[in-house]
Design a protein around this ligand. Structure first.
Ligand code: FE2
Length: 344
């Protein structure tokens, strides 16, 4: 039957065409990055920082790094939901409470001992399931026209006192500030933290993000603001447009306000590229990765003792932070306390 044969023939031609069309993108993909090994990193650190650190890793190992960017708890919660089906090989954050959340769900593989050994023990959790690779110091940014050095608070807890009413800025929705609250909880206990949060609620003005807090202090809209040190140094190195009217106060004296927040990285147990993931962790807090961090524009602290932050950043050894096991910082508890205090 010619008609049936004709139809059959047409279908075969069509099928062959579809197959060829389908093969084109596959061939293109084979010729590009897919023949290179890669790992997928859920990244909650500043993307700019990773863009400075990653090229040295790819150069050293030939392994590409695909970043999926998000916020600390957003990505931590995503990992918990995805469980063993997650495409992530590595998770890294700005602040450690989100790392602990994932660790407590049992999703991390143990970090290679040689990686943990590259940084002082206090910058990785006692579980050994993730490793620190950068640190950030809490500071009080103050408008120098509004606040004299002699008027600075001795403790971050003082900001809840009546004399600071209407004068304090902070960003409670961000994981940065939430990490500071977790340090207050760990060092001062639940009752004191509750009182402090209530005082901040009365005294404070809420802004969205550390950069916005800094701008508000710089413009004189508010007298002081709680931020991390690198926002000020970064702006000073650029133009000073948002920081020239500001000085930063390091609390020191093991005050909760001298809290040093640790950025950590861990390898997901479910990864089928665990050995590449472990190589990445080793690079991040090894000398090459840490040097890339120090040479870049982030102004966060390297924590490998072989690499120092560049001048004029206050040396890491002079910070005198409170001593805390980062594994104890309790993100979910802090979030519920901040919800109760009316911040979230
Ligand atoms: Fe930040």
């Amino acid at each position: 039957m010619p008609t049936r044969n004709g139809n059959h023939h047409m279908r075969r031609i069509l099928a062959a065409t579809v197959a060829v069309v389908a093969m084109v993108p596959m061939l293109a993909a084979c010729g590009s990055s897919n023949d290179k090994p890669f790992i997928t990193v859920y990244n909650a650190q500043h993307k700019e920082l990773l863009d400075e650190m990653v090229p040295g890793f790819t150069k050293e190992t030939g392994i590409d790094v695909k970043l999926r960017n998000g916020d600390d708890f957003e990505l931590a919660n995503q990992l918990v939901q995805e469980g063993s089906a997650s495409p992530a090989d590595v998770f890294l954050t700005e602040n450690s409470p989100a790392m602990s959340l994932v660790d407590r769900k049992g999703l991390f593989a143990s970090v290679d001992k040689s990686t943990l050994a590259q940084v002082p023990a206090q910058y990785s959790p006692s579980t050994g399931n993730w490793a620190g690779f950068a640190a950030r110091s809490t500071v009080l940014a103050y408008n120098t026209a509004a606040v004299k050095d002699a008027e600075l608070p001795a403790s971050i807890l003082d900001l809840a006192n009546p004399e600071w009413k209407g004068k304090v800025a902070f960003s409670p929705t961000g994981a940065d500030f939430q990490a500071i609250v977790s340090a207050v909880l760990e060092t001062s206990g639940e009752a004191a933290t509750k009182t402090w949060l209530a005082g901040l609620k009365t005294n404070g003005t809420v802004y969205d993000g550390n950069s916005t807090v800094m701008k508000a202090v710089n413009s004189g809209e508010v007298e002081v603001g709680v931020i991390y040190h690198y926002y000020w140094y970064g702006d000073q190195a650029e133009s000073g447009a948002n920081s020239d009217n500001i000085k930063i106060h390091f609390f020191g004296n093991k005050d909760p306000g001298a809290f040093v927040s640790v950025s950590g990285a861990g390898a997901l147990k479910s990864s089928d590229k665990l050995s590449d993931a472990q190589k990445f962790l080793k690079y991040l807090n090894g000398t090459t990765g840490q040097q890339a961090l120090a040479d870049g524009k982030a102004f966060e602290y390297p924590i490998n003792p072989a690499v120092a932050v560049k001048s004029p950043v206050k040396p890491f050894g002079e910070l005198d932070p409170p001593i805390i096991d980062v594994a104890n910082l309790n993100g979910p508890k802090v979030i519920s306390m901040m919800q109760e205090a009316g911040f979230l």
